[in-house]
Ligand binder design. Structure first.
Ligand code: KIV
Ligand code: ZN
Length: 507
């Protein structure tokens, strides 16, 4: 470690931009806002909220996040063109992240620009951002495959044009710690602005390379929750932050106790499951099975736990069966930054006890899923639609059939439907009934078993859309997948109807 290294490292989070580019991930505006609020609570310095020029919807979300009064600085991504920068400026963000490729292969085949054109666009774009009084971070994309003399020339020109920080992207993840450190040291001889790094994980080295960059003097790292991002992803926020705090003894603004709940929220909204043996946030990261390990950690946690689980919002094992009390669960949740209302807490405790009565041990992941489902529910008087009862029939040589009785805007309705399975049948029956009020369509349905076993808690996340294109997501967690699906659906429909009523669109 060099003594030039700053003691506090800035955390630039790109979950909502590079992370959203993860194949298969598409977040609604509400999802993005929910994640942004959580990232701000978590304490990241910068949130890269999106790429405004990519669509009108994206531009609106970035603007809404910038207006939400969050503590983190909000950043928008922009290519090195005035049109893109104008779209970013329209969002009123504090920071614009301008990028342009500088490697021979990307200059020729990705953007078809000559090196002189890249140099000219770099200078023009940065000057244009600065002329508007906005901070500018500049990325020479694919820096790690760029020719050093040209890379240095571009970085120098970028500094002269006014860039506030230089981000060095390892766009295709081909670096190792030694080459990363050398590159950062080399670039520090040509620029004086703070240097950042953006490492991709194609060889599983993104975290190691980010740490090597910090050792060589980088003041900031780009990271994403759960390591999300293009292809194999970006450096994982939770791993980089914990290594910086615990191995390097450096500081960041991150409240590590919120790492696990943040990871669960992002996994649930993106649908990208975290592998069980992933460091810090994986299900097994604080689980001990063999006798010698369990005896060791019970006697002295340090024997097999390099990190105290509570430090990252986890528990070694949560004993939250039927003997769990309200105070214990409340304390458990508050420890990780979740504050349910009295009414919500009562419901959470009831669900934990119900599971305990069925002999199930509730893990920390189960508790967070149950809690976020209960807290995301539309409750009490606000409900426009509510379930009275339902029945499903399924089996061999039986067409899966569901009947549902609902209260819709104060009136009772009954419908029955068949489907390819019980969940399909019951969701169709609900949609048939709600078409009386609004034409609502199920856009996406995802089911996840949080812990193993046939009595696992299942988390259902759905997205529903109305005729006007309003899209909301909703979730529910139960050990019965049909019930979880129905609750998520009713919750989603309530959210859409309430949204419409508030906009004065009642039919
Ligand atoms: O990986 C990359 O190079 C990027 C740039 C936009 C910085 O994501
Ligand atoms: Zn990237």
């Amino acid at each position: 470690m060099t003594n030039k290294t700053p003691k506090t490292i800035r955390i630039f989070d790109t979950t909502l931009r590079d992370g959203e580019q993860t194949p298969g991930v598409s977040l609604t505006a509400d999802d993005k806002m929910e994640i942004a609020r959580q990232l701000s609570k978590l304490g990241v310095d910068t949130i890269e909220a999106g790429f405004p020029s990519s669509s009108d919807g994206e531009k609106k979300v970035v603007r809404d996040i910038a207006k939400a009064g969050l503590t983190s600085e909000i950043c928008a991504l922009s290519r090195a063109t005035r049109g893109d920068i104008d779209a970013a400026l329209d969002c009123d963000v504090g920071l614009i992240h301008v990028f342009i490729p500088t490697s021979p292969v990307q200059m020729k085949y990705a953007v078809n620009l000559k090196p002189e054109q890249v140099l000219a666009s770099t200078v023009d774009s940065i000057s244009y951002v600065k002329k508007h009084g906005v901070r500018c971070e500049f990325s020479p994309m694919d820096a790690t495959r760029s020719e050093m003399p040209f890379l240095k020339k571009v970085c120098k020109a970028a500094q002269e044009a006014g860039m506030d920080s230089l981000n060095v992207p390892d766009t295709v993840g081909i670096m190792i710690p030694k080459t990363t450190a050398k590159l950062i040291e080399e670039l520090r001889t040509v620029v004086t602005v703070p240097i950042s790094t953006h490492c991709h994980d194609d060889f599983g080295l993104a975290v190691a390379n980010s740490l090597a960059a910090v050792e060589a003097g980088a003041a900031q790292v780009h990271v994403a929750v759960n390591g999300l991002g293009e292809r194999a992803g970006n450096a994982s926020l939770e791993e980089v932050v914990m290594a910086l705090h615990m191995i390097y003894k450096y500081k960041t603004g991150v409240n590590t106790r919120l790492l696990y709940s943040t990871s669960r929220l992002v996994a649930s909204l993106t649908g990208i499951t975290v592998q069980a043996n992933k460091a810090i946030v994986g299900e097994n990261a604080f689980a001990h099975e063999s006798g010698i390990h369990t005896r060791g950690v019970t006697e002295k946690p340090l024997t097999f736990e390099p990190i105290n689980p509570e430090l990252v919002g986890r528990t070694r094992k949560l004993v939250a069966g039927k003997l769990a009390g309200t105070r214990g669960i409340k304390a458990e949740l508050e420890e990780i930054g979740i504050h349910p209302t009295e009414e919500q807490l009562k419901e959470i405790v009831q669900r934990v006890k119900d599971l305990g009565d069925k002999g199930k041990m509730v893990t920390d992941a189960d508790l967070i899923a149950l809690t976020s489902a209960v807290m995301g529910e539309v409750i009490g008087e606000e409900k426009i639609i509510d379930l009275c009862d339902m029945a499903v029939v399924t089996g061999i040589k039986v067409i899966p059939t569901a009947s549902v009785r609902l209260i819709l805007d104060g009136k009772e309705y009954v419908a029955a439907e068949t489907g390819v399975g019980p969940v399909d049948a019951v969701l169709k029956a609900i949609q048939k009934l709600t078409s009386n009020l609004e034409n609502i369509r199920l856009r996406e349905y995802r089911l996840e078993a949080i812990t193993g076993g046939s009595n696992a808690v299942a988390e259902v996340v759905i997205k529903v859309e109305d005729e006007k294109g309003n899209l909301v997501s909703a979730r529910a967690a139960r050990e019965d997948i049909v019930m979880a699906s129905v609750e998520a659906m009713i919750n989603g429909i309530n959210k859409l109807l309430i949204k419409n009523h508030k906009q004065g669109n009642k039919k």
